[in-house]
Design a protein around this ligand. Structure first.
Ligand SMILES: [Mg+2]
Length: 249
């Protein structure tokens, strides 16, 4: 199982996403000198075109390091709104398959959120911004290495390689429609989180990550199979037994 983190393992109703967007706009105003109205438009446009504001700024030649961007955007988030989720912890602990975080966020943010949720020890690996962009600190020009993030196919390739997983035997969870579509293109089994209706490339949709057992019971099928064989896997689609359960962040 490979899973996204933000707005996937905790709901967008926490308001963290809004705070991140606000901080990005403040970064554009205070660190890059854009006006307030330019900042809003630019954040949306850079996200659409380059995958993230940081990726867009560097591609356009702004010499901004990932560290200064992340410490500004994530460094003063109201993390106390993220509460421990014992139900999610029990759910994750009941999954025998490997569990990996796959997030565009930086490692410090990922660790902070996982710690707040009380699920840090449930994951064997965190694939994050630094994993996808190992050469960035060595760049001599901001546009030397393009910032790689989901939904770029190259970001998925790096993640699959880093985790050493077979996409056909991996469940991928994410709240982003475009990440889910990209994950499907890579051959992953996909769960769109936070929505009730499936988007393009989504095999399943759940409003809350805690509903995954109702929607994808196959994850637990092999461990629930009794000696009498009464429990049967229903979907060959899930390649019978998944090796990895990825929860997107
Ligand atoms: Mg997300």
């Amino acid at each position: 199982m490979k899973t996204d983190l933000d707005d996937t393992l905790y709901p967008s109703s926490t308001g963290i996403d809004k705070s991140i967007k606000k901080n990005i706009q403040l970064f554009l105003i205070h660190k890059c000198g854009f006006s307030e109205s330019q900042a809003l438009t630019l954040r949306v446009e850079l996200f659409k075109t380059y995958g993230s504001t940081l990726a867009g700024l560097r591609a356009l030649g702004h010499d901004i390091t990932a560290e200064e961007y992340h410490s500004f955007v994530h460094g003063r988030l109201p993390y106390d709104v993220i509460k421990p989720d014992p139900q999610l912890r029990n759910l994750l602990r009941s999954i025998n398959q490997r569990k990996i975080i796959f997030t565009n966020s930086d490692r410090i943010h990922a660790l902070t959120v996982l710690d707040r949720l009380g699920i840090k020890d449930c994951f064997e690996q965190i694939i994050c911004f630094e994993t996808m962009n190992p050469n960035l600190p060595n760049a001599t020009r901001p546009d030397q290495f393009p910032v790689l993030l989901k939904p770029s196919p190259d970001a998925f390739k790096i993640a699959l390689h880093a985790a050493n997983v077979d996409p056909r035997r991996t469940l991928f969870l994410d709240d982003s429609i475009r990440n889910v579509a990209a994950g499907k293109e890579m051959g992953l089994h996909t769960v769109l989180v936070g929505k009730t209706v499936k988007s393009e490339g989504a095999d399943y949709a759940v409003e809350c990550v805690n509903s995954v057992p109702q929607v994808v019971p196959e994850i637990w099928a092999n461990q629930m199979d009794g000696d009498d064989g009464t429990m049967r896997r229903t979907k060959s689609e899930l390649e019978a037994v998944l090796a990895t359960a990825a929860v997107g962040a």
